[in-house]
Design a protein around this ligand. Structure first.
Ligand code: PLP
Length: 438
């Protein structure tokens, strides 16, 4: 960054713009587990960029795939046309997906994937003659991106409150599963809380199942601060949905591609959804891409009518973009070749022990984890919520470690290539940060 660079015109997303512009944090480069700031400081990445860069940064195979693709086919419309890479990607992705999720619809982000999945669910019921099934069920504290569909089914109030009267109508929310008095310091899935899924029965009793299209949840709520599903919770949701003809959508934008120690959270928890949304780790964050993985029966329901007619009036100019497809194909190869899902599963207990060693550090009220994701929740400062965690974040950054905060929770989601000394470095740095702030 040059001393004279004008920072003002860029309106930064999810950022305190005025604070940032007077205290900029700029990255110049990245490789493997590390960023390098414009000031030349090396920063250990404890959050995979933003739950994206599971294979580490600037993996040579991904770099080459993007470069080669950019020089051969830069763009082709996805409407009535294709290119081999996107078909190959759909095949590899659906082979990796659990059960009969045999079709992939491409978008460019998690938010678009979520809105696409919601639209598929609504259209599916309508095509089958159940067009009265329009109600969508999300969950408190859920995060499903920032499109109108996503914030409507989402449950994070700061993201919703400005739009209270313009959110989608006919949306209900399940209760969240965050409960410190029952579940504090759980390792893996908490024992308490499966009964919270039964709230779906109450929503059904209120509205009648015949009006409900789909339930959407993150298998592990990430943005709300790593809320791991209680044992049997997702199974109960699946059972109730099955009993009432309701589709179950897993938003796996952060849990897919090894984060929970398997290819998908659905696999880790042994629950088969009807639709899965993915993004982030799909391309290792290198080129924007999202996708919806769709059950065979749902796809089949759309494939009626005249053969030349468009079956689903939806898509994006950049759906299945050649550069994104190339990055995704390379990422999937690396996941397999480097055995990164297995590695995540093997490293998870080491990671778990390391983060739980922070129990007893100043102001820590909970530590929770699953796979290669963990959260350290802090007691908020009186009348200054979120600032304690933000202070810890800044201390960690200054000490060379990137963590993420959401409210007063510090979230960790390191690249799956992380080694033990790097896990130690992250945890030691957080411990020092917590001891150095009030
Ligand atoms: C579960 C989940 N869904 C959707 C999104 C939105 O993804 P994007 O920011 O790519 O639109 C996110 C982003 O963090 C997410 O965690």
């Amino acid at each position: 960054m040059s001393a004279t660079q004008n920072l003002e015109p860029y309106w930064m997303p999810f950022t305190g713009n005025r604070y940032f512009k007077s205290h900029p944090m700029m990255m110049a480069a990245a490789e493997g587990m590390y960023y390098t700031t414009t000031a030349g400081q090396k920063i250990l990445d404890g959050i995979s960029g933003l739950w994206c860069c599971n294979v580490g940064h600037c993996h040579p195979k991904i770099v080459t795939a993007i470069q080669t693709q950019a020089a051969s086919l830069d763009y082709v419309t996805a409407f009535q046309m294709g290119h081999p890479g996107v078909f190959e990607l759909a095949e590899k992705l659906t082979e990796m997906a659990p059960g009969n999720l045999d079709y992939a619809f491409f978008a460019n982000s998690g938010s678009e994937a979520v809105d696409t999945a919601l639209k598929i669910a609504l259209a599916y019921h309508r095509i089958r003659g159940e067009g009265q099934r329009t109600r969508l069920i999300g969950r408190e504290k859920g995060y499903h991106g920032v499109g109108f569909g996503g914030i409507s089914v989402g449950g994070m109030s700061p993201n919703r409150k400005m739009y209270a009267n313009t959110l989608l109508p006919g949306v209900d929310h399940l209760p969240h599963t965050h409960n410190l008095s029952e579940n504090a310091y759980s390792r893996g899935q908490p024992e308490w809380g499966a009964h919270l899924a039964d709230e779906l029965e109450n929503i059904i009793a209120l509205h009648d199942a015949s009006t409900i299209a789909a339930v959407i949840v993150e298998p592990v709520a990430g943005s709300a601060g790593v809320l791991v599903p209680p044992r049997d919770y997702l199974q109960r949701l699946r059972k109730i949905c099955d009993q009432h003809g309701i589709l179950l959508i897993f938003d796996e934008v952060i849990t897919a591609f090894g984060r929970t120690g398997a290819s998908f959270g659905a696999e880790t928890f042994g629950v088969q959804p009807d639709l899965i949304t993915v993004a982030k780790g799909l391309t290792n964050g290198a080129v924007p891409m999202g996708a919806v993985l769709v059950d065979t029966d749902i796809y089949a329901a759309f494939m009626t009518g005249p053969e030349q007619a468009v079956e689903f009036f939806h898509g994006y100019t950049y759906s299945g973009h050649p550069l994104a497809a190339a990055a995704a194909l390379a990422s999937i190869d690396i996941y397999r070749e480097e055995g990164l899902f297995e590695r995540a599963s093997e490293m998870a207990p080491v990671f778990e022990n390391a983060v739980h060693s922070l129990k007893g550090a100043p102001n820590v009220v909970d530590i929770r984890n699953i796979g290669m994701m963990a959260a350290i929740e802090l007691e908020p400062r009186a009348e200054a919520p979120a600032l304690r965690a933000l202070d810890a974040f800044r201390r960690c950054f200054d000490a060379g470690v990137l963590v993420r905060t959401t409210g007063d929770t510090i979230a960790l989601t390191p690249p799956l290539i992380i080694d033990e000394p790097q896990i130690d470095q992250i945890v030691t740095t957080i411990g020092q940060a917590l001891r150095s702030i009030d």
